[in-house]
Design a protein around this ligand. Structure first.
Ligand SMILES: Nc1ncnc2c1ncn2[C@@H]1O[C@H](COP(=O)(O)OP(=O)(O)OP(=O)(O)O)[C@@H](O)[C@H]1O
Length: 443
């Protein structure tokens, strides 16, 4: 209803407003403060966007299919934790409730259309043992995550094939479950590729962090049963459980993290490995759910956790190769609309292309209105970019720096590709020195 409301003239003309830098949910709900996108200072540092919503308790009057309609948005704090509850009160002057059904159906369609452009992210709320919507991100094109040749294709094809194989599993009596474990260097694109896969398959992401305070076996089980039927469940940093000495026999030592003098936590208040294994089987046991886990410490994981049936596909993500560095350079400086000509790029169907361009225009609306850094950069021909990309990649040692670090470096040269190529050698050297210092003085 909120997405539908956001499209009504009465909504955008409201004169009492609630302003926030936090997400109001699907971005279509809120009205982005005009002019902010063109404020270079704000858009260059990735600051939170300001958005406003008509204040609660206002009543909006409008005509709907020839009928007079009034909508009031109410907000109250309920329960011991004073959680904010929102309700909408709708009054329609009509003889039959059919018109309400029409309105709700139209609102549902508007929501689905808005949702098709973005991926909704939910996080586990361990206090209320429920999931809360934390963000809606524009879908990320899978080709924008640059991995070693064939890896993106393997991941997306495998996930698609799994979703289409329900009957195959049923015919063989094999539980319809599949888990993907992405492990390796930090900042190598594990989370990014998972987000892209969710966008590609039209699934919402439900993230669990095992190091979260208050997460015990029963909370985890409850959270798992609360998952919707079709979604992508993501356990981030699954090794975090092991830094708390998680073992199969029971929870870790309860005193380990308690401040001196704090009351002893009952032993059941921690997550045990068997609790985690049951939960994983639970996620996967529900049909149509995909389970992804990420870790930087593959070898710390218990074999029971990694065995086929729980984590069927293990993919290592390494530090950047020259190939990846070159492709990243392209993605920064190739003129808009031109292809790298890379055979590994995942082709989109006509429908996907349409969706992507719609998504791009939806996100452009927020991020760049007229001030894209591409427009301020030098106009390079593809051949020039190719030459620069090759020189840039030649300056990057194989598997020494992460893709996230490379991205950070290039961000400093958004409109200065030639300078990026010149500066890369010194940067690599300074990264090396920083790493050496860190190794000799571990935190
Ligand atoms: N392979 C890649 N291609 C393009 N961008 C990448 C790649 N890897 C990392 N990045 C960029 O680096 C940032 C961090 O990436 P991401 O969170 O996906 O890494 P990660 O492997 O999940 O890291 P961590 O293990 O620390 O959680 C993102 O902004 C992402 O755009």
């Amino acid at each position: 209803m909120m997405v539908w409301l956001a499209k009504q003239a009465a909504w955008s003309q409201a004169r009492e407003l609630e302003i926030s830098t936090a997400s109001f949910g699907l971005s279509a709900n809120a009205i982005i403060v005009p002019g902010e996108e063109v404020d270079n200072k704000l858009s260059q540092v990735d600051s939170r966007k300001l958005a406003y919503m008509p204040a609660p308790s206002l009543t909006f009057s409008m005509w709907y299919h020839g009928r007079y309609l009034q909508i009031t948005r109410n907000q109250e704090r309920t329960g011991r934790r004073r959680r904010k509850e929102e309700t909408l009160q709708i009054s329609i002057f009509a003889r039959h409730h059919r018109v309400l059904g029409e309105l709700l159906l139209e609102a549902k369609r508007a929501y689905k259309a808005a949702e098709a452009q973005s991926v909704s992210i939910y996080a586990a709320d361990t206090v209320n043992k429920s999931w809360s919507h934390v963000a809606s991100r524009p879908k990320r094109n899978i080709n924008s995550v640059i991995l070693d040749p064939g890896v993106s294709r393997l991941l997306i094809d495998d996930a698609r094939e799994f979703l289409e194989s329900k009957a195959w599993y049923a015919a063989r009596g094999i539980p319809f479950r599949r888990g993907w474990l992405l492990y390796g260097a930090p900042g190598s694109g594990k989370t990014s590729i998972i987000t892209s896969i969710a966008g590609d398959l039209g699934l919402d992401i439900y993230i669990m962090s095992l190091s979260r305070a208050g997460l015990d076996d029963s909370t985890l089980t409850e959270l798992i049963t609360e998952l919707p039927e079709k979604c992508l469940a993501l356990i981030e940093d699954i090794d975090a459980a092991f830094t708390q000495s998680l073992n199969r026999d029971g929870p870790a030592d309860a005193d380990e993290k308690s401040p001196p003098g704090a009351p002893h936590e009952p032993p059941s208040s921690r997550l045990s490995l068997s609790g985690l294994l049951n939960a994983i089987d639970g996620v996967a046991a529900q049909e149509g759910r995909l389970l992804y886990a990420t870790t930087n410490k593959y070898h710390a994981l218990d074999p029971a956790l990694c065995r086929p049936g729980r984590m069927d596909v293990h993919v290592e993500f390494k530090l950047a190769s020259r190939y990846q560095a070159e492709k990243l350079f392209y993605s920064f400086y190739l003129p808009a609309g031109e292809e790298t000509g890379d055979s590994d790029e995942l082709s989109s169907t006509a429908d996907d292309t349409k969706k992507e361009s719609e998504t791009a225009s939806a996100s452009d609306k927020v991020t760049f209105v007229g001030t894209s850094h591409r427009l301020r950069g030098p106009k390079l021909r593809s051949a020039e970019v190719a030459e620069l990309a090759a020189s840039f990649a030649a300056g990057i040692p194989e598997r020494e720096v992460s893709m996230a670090a490379l991205q950070g470096f290039l961000m400093g040269f958004k409109i200065r590709p030639h300078e990026a190529v010149v500066a890369v050698k010194d940067w690599v050297q300074s990264e090396r020195e920083t790493r050496l210092k860190q190794a000799s003085h571990p935190v």
